[in-house]
Design a protein around this ligand. Structure first.
Ligand SMILES: NC(=O)c1ccc[n+]([C@@H]2O[C@H](COP(=O)([O-])OP(=O)(O)OC[C@H]3O[C@@H](n4cnc5c(N)ncnc54)[C@H](OP(=O)(O)O)[C@@H]3O)[C@@H](O)[C@H]2O)c1
Length: 248
């Protein structure tokens, strides 16, 4: 059987890296992207972890659609097809709603929503005539429930959920499955600022039924399940991976 391929945006750190390692362990040829040259270069803080597992990391901003489309095309030309696209790259903000300026609003919307949509679009255009494919969008529990200091971020994550359902329906006839995963609070650079505030951190742990933050690796198995042939009848669905947070 041909080796399956996956492209994961924002795979140099955090959740994307956890998912990349899970797919590599499952035998996929993994491609990932990121922007920072420090995490893409070799060396102690670099991408040696990826090289060891045969994971190929490429430098590209998800907002640069021609660059993203070119990476997808390169994978298709080399391996015959891109079996799965995982739109994971995202940025957070803890600016109060009243303080968000145009630049910050644009950055959050462009990265978390517009780029996700355009990557879906590029992938669809590339493979619509060759059997379709599988898209997994990484949203957030903050796309489902509200909290303070996350207004525009929550809006983009809610929009990703709605878009996932809409694309699942629009592209079902072309053989595409489109699903989303909503992580709860996961231990990555994005949640570092919460961990630094001990009282807030302890309160959060109390509120999570499983009493711990998730790890990036906790997202790998749900993503692998959605990408598998066994999930061929699952589309337009939102899987929540949050230690029970939103079940309360
Ligand atoms: N951590 C959580 O608790 C949590 C919860 C729910 C949802 N999420 C979502 O999960 C996803 C990953 O979060 P994380 O916690 O792993 O974040 P993270 O630790 O900050 O890592 C973000 C990754 O995305 C890349 N990235 C950011 N902006 C990019 C851009 N414009 N173009 C290309 N790559 C970009 C980063 O690499 P560079 O900086 O090198 O570009 C990095 O690899 C995000 O969509 C986030 O909203 C996270």
């Amino acid at each position: 059987m041909a080796t399956k391929t996956v492209l994961i945006t924002g795979a140099t750190r955090g959740i994307g890296r956890g998912i990349a390692l899970g797919f590599a362990a499952a035998g996929y040829q993994v491609y990932g992207t990121g922007r920072a040259s420090t995490t893409l270069s070799t060396g102690s803080s670099g991408n040696d972890w990826a090289k060891e597992k045969g994971i190929v990391l490429k430098q590209a901003d998800v907002s640069d659609q021609p660059a993203m489309a070119a990476i997808m095309k390169e994978i298709q030309e080399k391996h015959g097809r891109l079996d799965c696209l995982i739109n994971n790259a995202g940025v957070a903000s803890n600016t109060p709603a009243s303080g968000l300026d145009d630049d910050e609003i644009a950055k959050i919307i462009d990265t978390n929503f517009k780029a996700v949509f355009q990557c879906c679009q590029s992938y669809y255009k590339m493979q619509r005539k060759s059997g379709g494919g599988c898209i997994i969008n990484i949203s957030s529990v903050l796309g489902i429930v509200g909290t303070s200091l996350a207004s525009v971020y929550s809006g983009t994550k809610g929009a990703v959920i709605s878009m996932t359902k809409a694309l699942a329906i629009e592209w079902a006839n072309s053989g595409f499955r489109v699903n989303a995963i909503c992580p709860g609070f996961i231990d990555t650079d994005m949640t570092e600022m919460i961990k630094k505030r001990e009282a807030v951190y302890q309160k959060m742990l109390e509120y999570i039924p499983l009493k711990r933050l998730g790890t990036p690796e906790d997202l790998a198995a749900p993503a692998l399940m959605l990408a598998s042939d066994g999930a061929s009848y699952i589309t337009g669905q939102i899987i929540v991976v949050d230690g029970g947070l939103t079940a309360q």
